[in-house]
Design a protein around this ligand. Structure first.
Ligand code: ADP
Length: 514
């Protein structure tokens, strides 16, 4: 058991300086947190959706007022440039609030569905009701939006929420907690628990009604294993090794700019970053030269006009180093950037583009999560698809060609939760689209209608007026078997025999009354 005084240290990765200390939530408080979340659930879930949306709109108002403050907190805590804090953390959160405010009511309202003739006289509908207490565990790379969007979605659906943000960016977690306080959410509706993996594990074991996890494949598997013990449903948003496929007929300059942005935004610490680029052989060299030119024009730093910030998590540096060293030892060539032996000790890693890499290297098979971009030539459409599908991941990918029929054909063949054509990553920002991974990139979806429905039980209701004394399929069965035979033969024949149906149905009804 930890003392109440244990602190999480917030470090600015760009400078290495300690920027704050945050009080850690003691493990001994976990059951109390759950008790509170469960106690307020009946009150929160009883509000109408539009009443709950009023709170979300207040949250948006507070966020808009504090936009610059929040982007500074995110930027300082992660090392990312402020522009990216604003465009990739804050904007998607604001947009999610807008989207949910506009659509939650229609997505979650009771929906009438058809009832087949077989169930003559009944009505059917679907209802959505909140699950209870949702546990959200979030990572450090987009510490604001990857925490906020699931939290907001779960709240709008009527759940109470416990959020455990990443211990790597504790100031952002604190900032989120303050925003909900300022927005005036009723006490206990959103609780933020500050701590590391021990706290995450303790919260997971306390039987929430749903777990929404974003993070590594390794931790996702641990959480899924724990959740399975109590059959707790989960969404797991895990890693990626996203391919770009660039055909010779693509707008090459655009593709090069897109590749550089997709590979190096947030210093490559993006589950959907471009982690491998496959280029059709005739334009391979030209493409590499275009990429080099783009990369060499980028500015590292922490100022407003800089393009690339620092890495966030020191351990990530070592993963990038190991992958690059392995590739170089096996013959990879650095097109631009530096080998690890020439890196300094800081968290601004050189933007490195490599060629002469092979499909079996870690740099192609394992998630890098850093500013490293391997480029590989291919010779045919089939080969490109085969190479792109040849990892354990399947989160996102992109296909580049002026021939849209070809691009769509290839996009359809990728085993991937999403694909972008002649663009990158941007599908994530369309909140109408579901988001999630195939293979080891995850389980489940969020955003879109799914993003609200996952936090609800989907209840199917059949309604009968209750006026009839009995139903044809109820007891007694005496004399019904041959009538059923006739009835089903008429009902299921390709050309329905309506006279036969009516005759046998009326006889069945009569038998039920006898
Ligand atoms: P990343 O390195 O991408 O942040 P992790 O999977 O290590 O990925 O961490 C994501 C989140 O999961 C963080 O909030 C972390 O504290 C939490 N976490 C790590 N280990 C566990 C665990 N065993 N149980 C629950 N949560 C965990």
């Amino acid at each position: 058991m930890h003392s109440v005084n244990r602190k999480l240290t917030a470090i600015s990765p760009a400078t290495g300086k300690v920027i704050a200390e945050i009080e850690e939530t003691p493990l001994s408080q976990v059951s109390e947190i759950y008790e509170q979340a469960r106690a307020v659930f009946p009150i929160w879930s009883d509000l109408s959706i539009s009443e709950r949306i009023t709170y979300l709109k207040k949250l948006k108002e507070v966020m808009l007022k504090e936009l610059e403050n929040i982007s500074a907190v995110i930027s300082e805590g992660t090392g990312k440039v402020k522009t990216e804090a604003l465009t990739a953390d804050l904007m998607p959160t604001l947009d999610a609030i807008d989207h949910i405010s506009r659509h939650a009511e229609s997505v979650l309202k009771r929906k009438r569905v058809k009832t087949p003739l077989l169930l003559f006289g009944k009505k059917s509908y679907i209802e959505y009701f909140p699950r209870g207490v949702v546990l959200v565990i979030s990572p450090w790379n987009y510490p604001f939006q990857l925490a906020m969007v699931p939290v907001i979605s779960a709240l709008a659906s009527g759940n109470t929420v416990i959020l455990k943000p990443s211990e790597v960016t504790p100031l952002v977690g604190k900032c989120i907690e303050d925003l909900f306080l300022k927005a005036g959410f009723p006490e206990g509706v959103v609780q933020v628990a500050h701590g590391g993996k021990e706290l995450g594990a303790a919260l997971t074991k306390e039987k929430p009604d749903y777990i929404f996890f974003t993070g590594s494949v390794r931790t996702g598997k641990i959480i899924q294993e724990q959740a399975a013990k109590d059959l707790i449903p989960t969404t797991l948003e895990l890693g990626g090794k996203d391919p770009m496929i660039i055909f010779a007929d693509a707008n090459l300059e655009r593709a090069a700019k897109g590749a550089v942005w997709a590979a190096f935004t947030n210093s490559g610490q993006v589950c959907m970053s471009a982690e491998r680029v496959y280029v059709e052989r005739p334009v391979f060299r030209k493409f590499v030269e275009l990429v080099k030119k783009e990369v060499e024009a980028l500015r590292h730093g922490t100022e407003e006009d800089d393009d690339i910030g620092s890495m966030t998590f020191p351990a990530q540096r070592e993963i990038v180093r190991e992958q690059l060293e392995e590739a170089l030892a096996a013959g990879a060539i650095i097109e631009t950037g530096k080998p690890p032996s020439e890196w300094d000790d800081g968290m601004f890693l050189p933007l490195t583009v490599v060629s002469n890499v092979h499909q079996s290297m870690k740099i192609i098979q394992e998630e890098t999560f850093g500013p490293l971009l391997p480029i590989i030539p291919f010779d045919s459409e089939d080969e490109a698809v085969k190479l792109a599908n040849d990892t354990k991941y399947g989160l996102n990918g992109s296909v580049w060609s002026r021939d849209l029929a070809k691009a769509r054909r290839v996009a359809s063949k990728l085993i991937s939760g999403s694909v972008v054509i002649n663009d990158v990553i941007i599908n994530f920002v369309n909140h109408y689209l579901p988001f999630g991974g195939a293979k080891q990139s995850g389980i489940g979806r969020y955003h879109g209608e799914e993003g609200l429905k996952i936090f609800c039980h989907e209840k199917a209701v059949v309604e009968n007026s209750g006026n009839r004394l009995s139903e044809v399929h109820w007891y007694p069965y005496k004399g019904k078997y041959p009538l059923y035979l006739n009835f089903f033969k008429s009902y299921f024949s390709e050309k329905r025999d309506w006279i036969g149906i009516m005759k046998s149905y009326l006889k069945l009804m009569k038998k039920s009354r006898d």
